[in-house]
Design a binder for this molecule. Structure first.
Ligand code: ATP
Length: 366
């Protein structure tokens, strides 16, 4: 509403001291009596902001401006490798390739149509496990699955297929982030068209982690984010899915599928955090087709973690967002477990929670 229109509005009656009382009508508050002209309320809202609030908004703005100016291509390191898997490959062979190369996902290529065929991620292996679990007699068949059959497995176990989304590497990074949040994708392939052949060409894949690291390293404004985790309600605190060291791995995997989460904190009887079971841990367990090992306990399964496992990152509800960005700048963080002074579980902050907050907080279409 332009300012000129506001000045023609009748003055809003004072809701606390009505000028006249006419029977019952006076008891009914008219919502419009509480409305102030728009410009006025905005100004008032801004006046009520503390210096910390203002810094926070400034910090968020500097991140969003940065993401709008940079492209997805800018996130890529100067030199990188890209492992693309052919959809004709056996699922069990793909597992070994991921393990040998220390990666947890790869773009798929359909050589029959010469097109990009989506991303292979840990969710696909978890789906294969679910399929085997529902059809135990199909183990020999499971061994023969090719990557091209993953979509049929999704259908067989009634899992909603993920959209095969991708972005052009030269589009603004902000777009890639918004797409990821919209579709809940944790990574997004950058797909270009080859000038000579006119065919699709996968350039690389960017993850939430890479984007947040890129922000942490390059945006000085992250220093302004001085509000604490509890101030901004960052993360999930209710209905936390947890397990104990004795819980069978397969139960934790069912939990991950049911709640669409990629990690489950492992706690003791006092809710003290002992570890976190992650979707990527599944890969080490089922390598070599040892599907029967899924009934083993989480405790035993965690012993199979690689020696170079980065560890579990924790924080408290009082920690500020700028210190979380500091941690992201320095370490390979994939989530933060929120604990109290006695190590008891309070909540979990995923990378998508952080990305969602920095991109969408206070936006009109939040
Ligand atoms: P990834 O960790 O694979 O990069 P992500 O950042 O989307 O993906 P998820 O673990 O899938 O992280 O989290 C999705 C949402 O579920 C987030 O809002 C997160 O706070 C919440 N969440 C994560 N783990 C749990 C859990 N164990 N119980 C309840 N909610 C959870």
């Amino acid at each position: 509403m332009p300012d000129t229109a506001e000045s023609t509005r009748p003055a809003a009656p004072n809701p606390v001291e009505p000028t006249a009382r006419h029977g019952h009508e006076s008891l009914i508050a008219q919502p419009s009596t509480f409305l102030l002209p728009r410009g006025h309320s905005r100004a008032m809202a801004e006046e009520s902001l503390t210096p910390v609030d203002k810094d926070q908004l400034q910090g968020l703005k500097s991140i969003r401006d940065f993401l709008k100016k940079r492209t997805s291509y800018d996130v890529l390191p100067l030199s990188f490798r890209l492992i693309i898997l052919n959809t004709d490959l056996l699922v069990k062979k793909s597992l070994n390739i991921l393990l040998q190369n220390g990666i947890v996902s790869a773009p798929l290529w359909d050589s029959h149509t010469s097109t990009f065929a989506g991303l292979l991620t840990t969710s696909d292996y978890i789906n294969v496990v679910q399929y085997y679990w529902q059809n135990p007699d199909a183990l020999s068949q499971v061994d023969q699955f090719r990557l091209s059959s993953l979509r049929e497995i999704e259908k067989a176990i009634n899992v909603q297929p993920l959209e095969t989304l991708s972005v052009h590497p030269m589009r603004p990074l902000y777009e890639a982030c918004r797409q990821m949040l919209k579709t809940r994708a944790r990574r997004i392939p950058l797909v270009d068209i080859d000038d000579e052949t006119g065919r699709e060409m996968v350039v690389s894949v960017i993850t939430q982690y890479r984007i947040l690291k890129f922000i942490a390293v390059n945006v000085e404004g992250t220093e302004l984010l001085k509000k604490s985790v509890s101030d901004i309600g960052l993360g999930t605190y209710g209905d936390l899915q947890t397990a104990s060291m004795d819980t069978p791995v397969i139960d934790v995997m069912h939990m991950m599928v049911k709640y669409n989460i990629s990690s489950v904190p492992i706690i003791d009887s006092d809710r003290r955090v002992l570890n976190v079971f992650e979707a990527v841990d599944v890969i080490a367990i089922i390598k070599g087709g040892a599907y029967e090992e899924l009934t083993t306990s989480v405790g035993e399964a965690l012993l199979k973690r690689a020696e170079d496992f980065a560890g579990i990152y924790t924080c408290s509800e009082e920690d500020r967002l700028n210190s979380i960005f500091d941690t992201i700048r320095k370490s390979r963080v994939h989530r933060l477990v929120v604990i109290d002074d006695e190590n008891r579980l309070r909540g979990i902050i995923s990378l998508s929670d952080i990305l969602q907050y920095v991109l969408l907080y206070g936006e009109d279409d939040d």
